[in-house]
Design a binder for this molecule. Structure first.
Ligand code: ADP
Length: 186
């Protein structure tokens, strides 16, 4: 499914993000950047050792990556030439700044893509797996944050795709796009 945001495109599809051929794929990493389960594990497995080597160098230079921030490495053996690693919030009920941190994870990832002059970026559903952010709320915030960026801030980035692994998550993002598009532009 594709939607236009001005002259830019927001798409959602169901699948495995490691197979994307976008300029960058985003990793829902943890602050250690040392790999983990879920999409993080899949990206490190698919990309090979060079991604972990670059992550180690980043952590030794600047320390652990705080939630809401983003850094880039190469894509190693993946089809995507770049991986943008970000850290979403762990869900603690929603009153501990989770929405702000989640929005920041999306926006900072897009700013990293702009710094690298990339055109297309693929996102997973950040924080809705092991980090337990409710997908209905996360999808709505993710879609609004990316749409606002495409509308108001994007320069090099012309296409963003959400790659959702399972049907329930894919359907939640479909509902989020439908509801954002039917509400007035802010
Ligand atoms: P977090 O720790 O941020 O919650 P997870 O990796 O546990 O991250 O889950 C985030 C989302 O990524 C979940 O919807 C999960 O099903 C999904 N996911 C897992 N593997 C992949 C993959 N290969 N491609 C796309 N999404 C994936």
């Amino acid at each position: 499914m594709q939607f236009t945001v001005g002259e830019r495109v927001l798409a959602i599809e169901q699948g495995d993000i490691t197979r994307q051929t976008t300029d960058a794929i985003v990793n829902a990493a943890n602050s250690s950047l040392m790999g983990g389960g879920g999409v993080d594990g899949a990206i490190h497995r698919g990309g090979g050792a060079s991604i972990l080597e670059e992550c180690k160098a980043i952590v030794s230079r600047r320390g652990r990556l705080p939630p809401g921030e983003a850094v880039a490495t190469g894509g190693g053996n993946l089809s995507a030439p770049h991986v943008i690693h970000t850290v979403g919030p762990v869900w603690h009920g929603g009153r501990s700044g989770e929405p702000e941190v989640l929005a920041s994870a999306y926006r900072e990832s897009l700013l990293v893509a702009e710094t690298l002059h990339l055109k297309s970026v693929a996102f997973p559903s950040i924080s809705t797996g092991a980090y337990r952010y409710p997908v209905e709320q996360a999808s709505s915030l993710a879609v609004r944050t990316v749409m606002n960026f495409l509308r108001a801030e994007a320069d090099s980035v012309t296409r963003v795709v959400f790659v959702l692994f399972d049907t329930a998550t894919f359907e939640a993002y479909g509902r989020a796009v439908a509801s954002v598009r039917s509400s007035p532009v802010d």
